[in-house]
Design a protein around this ligand. Structure first.
Ligand code: PPS
Length: 291
């Protein structure tokens, strides 16, 4: 079953949501990169909003101390989903962008090691389950109510951002072309402070211990859930169905076990098994697992 054309279109072999256009995407190759630019890159449902919030807290004192009430989407806008009136060249430096792009569609400047890329990955069963729930909440994402069918779509890469394994393996295998920091959702969950410090060191941002504490405190799942900006509560009713979910849902490692049957999990493993061996990271499927 093919994805609905009302929700997704393919550009250079990769599925995009319909809130961008092939014309705009074709300009991104030449999108001018500044050395100070920071790009947060993820496969969907891997901790994007979480890390957008962290980057905003790291870079903006007014966010950290609550004196400014700017939407996180304003501070860390989407590269490939740009509404026409925004002028990205006019953003203050360092500019921070979020993106789901595969490595091969990124601006050429990034591939010349300019700017900073923070790439977050998450175990694909949790990614898939999170995406499945998200499709009920987000109106622009096609809802496939039958979970089995959704899983087959996910495994075939017929979802937003195409195949999970191609995305993650693509970025890892081309790491040498980029100035890139890899983190996982699971390590952020296990030790958020260390993850925040790694990001600060990578982007060269010096914060005091108290400032780091403040970032960490405001980036926990519980506190983000209470923060309307971090939970994206400004989204309009024609974009999201607030009766059927929220951006921050459970925020745990291993929630797939509550959704997938043993047979589904085995089917998932059998499709990805060989390709997973090529990844240079150990995937964490349960929070009690050794990292
Ligand atoms: S999107 O649509 O691609 O931008 O989604 P994304 O933000 O990448 O992923 C959403 C999942 O991330 C969880 N999340 C968090 N987990 C732990 N701690 C914090 N602070 C946090 N913030 C967001 C969010 O709950 C989604 O995961 P699930 O499993 O659905 O809860």
């Amino acid at each position: 079953m093919e994805p609905s054309k009302e929700n997704l279109f393919k550009y250079k072999g990769f599925y995009f949501g319909v809130d961008t256009t092939p014309e705009y995407l074709s300009t991104l190759e030449d999108f001018e990169i500044k050395d100070s630019d920071v790009f947060l890159v993820t496969y969907p449902k891997s901790g994007t909003v979480w890390t957008q919030n962290i980057l905003s807290l790291i870079f903006y004192e007014g966010h950290r101390n609550g004196t400014e009430n700017t939407e996180i989407m304003e501070r860390v806008p989407w590269l490939e989903y740009k509404t026409s009136e925004k002028d990205y060249t006019a953003l203050p430096s360092p500019r921070i962008f979020a993106s789901h792009l595969p490595y091969y569609l990124t601006p050429r400047g990034l591939r010349n090691k300019r700017g900073f890329i923070v790439y977050i990955s998450r175990n694909p069963k949790d990614v898939m389950v999170s995406h499945y729930h998200f499709s009920k909440y987000m109106r622009v994402v096609e809802e496939v109510p039958d979970f089995n069918l959704f899983m087959e779509r996910f495994l075939a890469g017929k979802v937003l951002a195409s195949s999970w394994i191609d995305h993650v393996a693509g970025w890892y295998s081309h790491a040498e072309d980029f100035n890139i920091l890899f983190l996982t959702y699971e390590e952020m969950k296990k030790d958020l402070r260390s993850a925040v410090l790694k990001i600060c060191n990578f982007v060269g941002k010096k914060l005091s211990n108290e400032e780091v504490d403040s970032v960490v405190r405001q980036a926990t799942f519980e506190n983000m859930k209470k923060d309307p900006r971090a939970n994206y509560e400004h989204l309009a009713d024609d974009v999201v169905d607030k009766d059927r979910g929220s951006f921050l849902r459970k925020g745990t490692v291993g929630d797939w076990k509550n959704m997938m049957t043993v047979a589904q999990s085995e089917r998932f493993d059998s499709v990805l098994k060989e390709k997973l061996k090529t990844l240079p990271i150990k995937l964490i499927w349960d929070i009690n697992e050794e990292m």
